[in-house]
Design a protein around this ligand. Sequence first.
Ligand code: C5P
Length: 400
Amino acid sequence: MTKDLQGKRIVLGLSGGIACYKSAELVRRMIDLGASVDVVMTDAATHFITAVTMQALSGRPVFLDAWDARIPNNMPHIDLTRGADAVLIAPASADFMAKLVQGRADDLLSTLCLARACPLLVAPAMNREMWAAAPTQRNAEQLKRDGVMILGPGNGDQACGETGDGRMLEPAQLLAELVGFFQPKLLSGKRVLITAGPTVEPIDPVRVISNRSSGKTGYALARAAWEAGAEVTLISGPTALSTPHGVTRINVETAEQMYNAVLASAANQDIFIAVAAVADWRVAKVATDKIKKNADQPPELSFITNPDILATVAKLPNGPWCVGFAAETERLSEFAHEKRLRKGIPMLIGNLAQHVMDADHTTVSIFDMHGEHPLATSGKQDVARQLIHAIATRVDGTQA
Ligand code: C5P
């Protein structure tokens, strides 16, 4: 597991709402990622989950009131946020949001929000009518104007039995938001299109030809591009991976479907990163019925070449800035340089296929007009962030 919050000090504030039960999982996962977390609860929050639970999971004392004598100078509202990297309110009730807007300070959590010197992130959680109500919407807008980051809310079934907007984001989504919040916004305002995973080429209605691509690198790049502030579209062949938070995913199976999906949106993109392991060939004539097994005589398949998606996009007039991948089993430098020139792209990322397929770590080199730039072996998410940094420094011509 990558320690994406290593060294971060977070104040996690809970106000009153049934979504407090999700905050137990949230604090646990924040600790897993290396954060140190001070939990502060309003009186209402303690009706939904106990301070004991939050103390056991955070491994630190929980703070409940402004008169807490455990803080040496008796000023928990100041001490807790000095040195903190962020305050996250999850769940944030409609009432708590209203208090933040008014700058009220009548309990420890509202007081420390006012007294803080660090960013404030707020995850609303309430019934859909409360969220849609004009005062709540006005308050959310005002908080944004005040520089507060509003996370969610999500949409779906609610504890009250109704369905709509107002659910607190899931712990994994809040974690993704928090980790993303600390990443530099190198691709802010950019639109990034990424292909990932394998393609699956049918032989007949039940048989296919595919490859071993897990999609991990493409998904890690999609996540890193979103963390860097980009609007990300991921066109993916079948994988077992869940869609990275904030990313729009379009599912395809065959190379032809991937080609059509990419070409439909490529013209509006700033950057195209082709990570997918696209099948080079497809079966020329897909059987409409299952091919019967004949033990003596296996069927003979003939193939036709699939279109090269990356090379096509690279030739588009005013098309996006293109990045390709090359998975080779030998002579990486030689093949990668040659491939970058053949595809007509400014940057290609090369790796040795036998080392990376389905692995969580990867070793890659960047190939550009200046030559080869190897990156140290690391987790795929870490490498993806380094690659997004490398792309961001090149894409606006700061480095050709
Ligand atoms: O030519 P080769 O398949 O080795 O090139 C790999 C690069 O080209 C990868 O970036 C891959 O996503 C892309 N590609 C593509 N369409 C194809 C074949 C490869 O976009 N039909």
